[in-house]
Design a protein. Structure first.
Length: 188
């Protein structure tokens, strides 16, 4: 990884991340900061309240184990050696669903929104899924997350379902929107 002021994010996979002792040592704490800050600001990342350090550590441990088994991909985005985003996908665990994976999380530090970090992370995870032989990559998003939904559509995802008012956050209700990227229908 280069040092100095970079304008484009550097996207590392799990192997690259763990091969740099300094980045690996700070990854869990930095990931927790990003996730907790985003959830505090109302981001739809699967938590109502900001996750604890232990919750994030457990989640990342699970993802890293799945990566080692060939059942996941993890990507981390850095600007000037500072973690500014992360994302991962996991294969479905049911034997009949093994060719498929779910893009579980894309989380980008609010301070760098609009700088292409989410696009770079998502594109790298799509490439990882294709390389891993995933046939269909799915994701779901809260209906009011218009920027994310626009990004996913621009990268080839199509909506395949919607549960109206499914997500309850206090008194507010939001649609749960399902998207898929079918690699079987794309030319190589």
């Amino acid at each position: 990884m280069t040092t100095g002021m970079s304008t484009e994010p550097v996207i590392l996979d799990a192997k690259e991340l763990t091969s740099d002792p300094e980045l690996a040592a700070r990854f869990g704490q930095s990931a927790h900061r990003i996730l907790a800050d985003l959830v505090s600001g109302g981001a739809a990342l699967g938590w109502i309240e900001p996750p604890s350090r232990d919750e994030v550590a457990e989640l990342l441990g699970h993802v890293v184990c799945a990566v080692r088994a060939g059942d996941a991909a993890l990507r981390a985005a850095y600007l000037d050696r500072r973690l500014v985003g992360l994302g991962y996908w996991l294969r479905y665990t049911r034997p009949t669903h093994r060719p498929h994976a779910d893009l579980e999380k894309i989380a980008v530090d609010a301070a760098v929104h609009g700088r292409g970090v989410g696009r770079a992370l998502t594109a790298a995870l799509i490439a990882d899924a294709r390389e891993a032989g995933v046939e269909v990559l799915t994701l779901d998003a809260r209906g009011d997350n218009t920027n994310a939904l626009r990004l996913y559509r621009s990268l080839g995802f199509t909506e395949y379902g919607r549960l109206p008012d499914f997500v309850a956050v206090g008194e507010h209700r939001y649609d749960k929107v399902f998207h898929m990227l079918d690699f079987r229908r794309q030319s190589s």
